[in-house]
Design a protein around this ligand. Sequence first.
Ligand code: NZQ
Ligand code: ZN
Length: 381
Amino acid sequence: MTPTRLIFGKGVIEKLPEVMAQFGKKILLTYGGGSIKKIGLYDKVKELLSNFEIIELSGIQPNPKYDPSVLDGVRLCKENHVDVILAVGGGSVLDCSKAIATGAKYDGDPWELISYQAFAKESIPIVDIITLAATGSEYDPGGVISRTETNDKIGYVDPHNFPAVSFLDPTYTFTVSKKQTAAGCADAMNHIMEQYFCEDSTLLNDGFMEAGLKSLMVNAKKCLENPEDYTARAEMMLDCTYGCNGIYSLGNSRSGWPCHGMEHALSAYYDITHGEGLAIITPRWMKHILNEKTVHRFVKYGVNVFGIDGSLEKFEIAEKAIDETYKFFESIGIPMHLKDVGIDESRLEEMAHHVAVNEGLENAWSPLSEKDILDIFTASL
Ligand code: NZQ
Ligand code: ZN
């Protein structure tokens, strides 16, 4: 069950004081590199919360870092006895805030929680105002944290990480750049694909996910053409919000989320944009795992998402579907080779080993060995 309350629509921020008051007076306001100041959201939040005591943690980077951001946030919460965290920004700000929220209520090193050596018993409640449609962090219990010195990027999932309340106002996403809009679309599409490509699904789930994919493709293009298209931004936001919550695939068999497992190594080692890494890997992964056992899912995907003629031979449909996937990502301006995002062959083996050891992809729907992972990375160059 998802405990998060979603408050959706233009202008919903006016409810912020009433929502925050439920949790207390002392707020840790977390944000990134300044986009919320440029769009006027920072001033609006400060004005609405003038009766609260606000402590700030700024400068949270994309692919949020354990040191300094999580550690600084935990220290600020402990020192100031913070009642509630207000995360304002994209998925990185929200993910970092989740790790802070549990870390602040834990006596040991917060990394023990993120790396599953220990489990949180309590956390500080989180409210968020999401400003970028992509991760779905606003409606899920996950947070992805990077530790630079060990090249770790860990998906930290804990029920305590569900935000208590998420404000979704699509107008705050009008200023998201073309690069981040496209990367957000690719990320959300991949969240759906990671759930779609599995052994057992239902008609309801397949229909929901196919509609999500189609909606993302149509609306991302509209957002790129007209960044202030409210309806397109709104629909894209919801497609993304549902992404990692589990509702797209409730009851499906597990897939193992292989593309995320592989991409986390790319952004851990090279700090690239998550959605771009996923878009590069996804079609190569699809080609790699296409076989007699998996082809039926590609046929359904190709016919229902891309409208490919269902009377064609099954592998022809599957190949066309993979080509269409690649072409779509390319059409929204995503660089489609690892070399385009600064990754060469020098560390592919090391990354493949890291993924094989840490991500458990031998248990994925279509299992991946270290050699498979290396082959997919190599094909993505
Ligand atoms: O730092 P600021 O100045 O705020 O700028 C950000 C950042 O540079 C900017 N931005 C955000 N909202 C904006 C805006 N620029 C203009 N107007 C706005 N309204 O966009 C840049 C990217 O922000 P970031 O938060 O990093 O992007 P995203 O939301 O895509 O989050 C990516 C992170 O989330 C993780 C990824 O691995 C990555 O670390 N993920 C989290 C998941 C989850 N919690 O469920 C699932 C995903 O699979 C993903 O792994
Ligand atoms: Zn993702």
